[in-house]
Design a protein around this ligand. Sequence first.
Ligand code: GLN
Length: 537
Amino acid sequence: MKDSVWKIIFVTGGSISGLGKWVTASSIWKLLKSAWLSVGMVKMDPYLQVDAWTMSPYEHGEVFVTEDGSETDLDLWNYERFTWENLWADSNITTWKVYLNVINKERKWEYLWKTVQIIPHITNEIKDNILKTSGNCDVTIVEVWWTVWDIESQPFLEAIRQMKEDIWKNNVLYVHVAPLLYLDFSWEVKTKLIQHSIIKLREYWIIADILVCRTNSEVSNDIKDKISMLCGIYKENIIEAKNANSIYEVPRKLKEQDLDKIILEHFDIKWKKSDLSNWNNLVEKIISPKREITIWVIWKYVEFEDTYKSINEAFIHAWVANDVKVRLNWINSEKLEWEDSQKILKWLYDEGKLSGMLIPGGFWGRGVEWKINAVKFARENGVPFLWICLWLQVAVIEFARNVCGMKWADSTEFNKETVFPIVDFMEWQDDDIDKWWTMRLGRYDAVLEKWSLANELYGEVNISERHRHRYEVNPKYHDVLRENGLVLSGMSPDGKLVEFVELENHPYFIATQAHPEFKSRLESPHPLFVGLVKSSL
Ligand code: GLN
């Protein structure tokens, strides 16, 4: 291994999950980036799945897609939206990837006459993956999934412990995020959970350099003295991470406690002042909005906020861009299926409560008829509407049925026997539709029609977006849709696949086959969301 080249920050979590380690990791990234360093990011997920797409949206939140088409845990997107940079399949190290590589190497006799073991083979593989991803960055931040107590995390913790020996000790920094409890029945602050997780880390011979206390109370001087003494952490390296008004506020709060300075001094990097002024100005618009608007979002997994995280956040970015707070009202589509949806929409519209609508993508045909009615309502009543992925398909089906007169138009995803397969599986895809490799995943280019709404919003003709779907608008019907007035305003570069559709004479009716929410960031809000909010205003 090379020495004194890599500088790596490991972020671990103590005692309980859900502390928002990623906010700490991303905020450190933001601080170092704004001090003009190049910073890489890696997430280690010790779960056994190949990727995140078979996980329940209720447990893990939505599935995120990288530019190179990897389906990952939401955290990769969390990192991306704090910066302007893209992460890749390699930025996510899962147990599956590590074991598969080791097993393949073993089959190729790469460990001939050796006993293949967790230590050193699995741990070496983990270390190699981290170093491969670190590349030429000045600093790489590696977040270790869940808590130091989890069995699955053990080889990962052992690997990160070894890295301190491998790459000269000052080039490795351990940041531990742990809960500082406040008991509201006895008005006491409790440090025991922190002490225990620091002890647990020591079982792996990992000594935390920096402790980030997640708390809803102040971390007083006395508490810092106590933690410092009991956990052997310098007092100035004990950082308060108190609940913030917005996650985007956290970089500023950490900077106020000189976290950037502490890190750079540890690495012996010449102290460069980080400049967060632009970021902080944007955050101010989130914290103190001047106006407010309501947009309706309709879908099924409404109980768990993280299911539509990217959509939620893309609206926050659009809120900042338009300087108007966007309140999202989530309607459970399943509930609407039992009621008279047209009446509800009409009532909302007449009451002035329906300034805009968005429906996120999805799979399978539950409630399709209702969805088609929702499209019809928005089309006929001029409600600003942004349609994502499945909804482009639904919008096209609705248009085919109600405008082109193809009464039985459908998607073969919902009805295999349909006489008008307006949305269909393409012949170049494998006919076993249950296999993941039939999905169109990751970045695809599109060419936008000059002077279309899409072109106006993006300000460009050649764009790219990330995809995550199987079905496409059937090329057999492109002409008939066009002849009846549907604008196919964005196509794949070869002209075969529909990427955007829109309607003329409608204030804002645009649908995309892609998932634009994946590319929205605070400092670069997505034009389709910005446009929806603007037009809803
Ligand atoms: N179910 C549709 C397809 O697979 C749309 C998927 C989505 O909305 N992400 O094509």
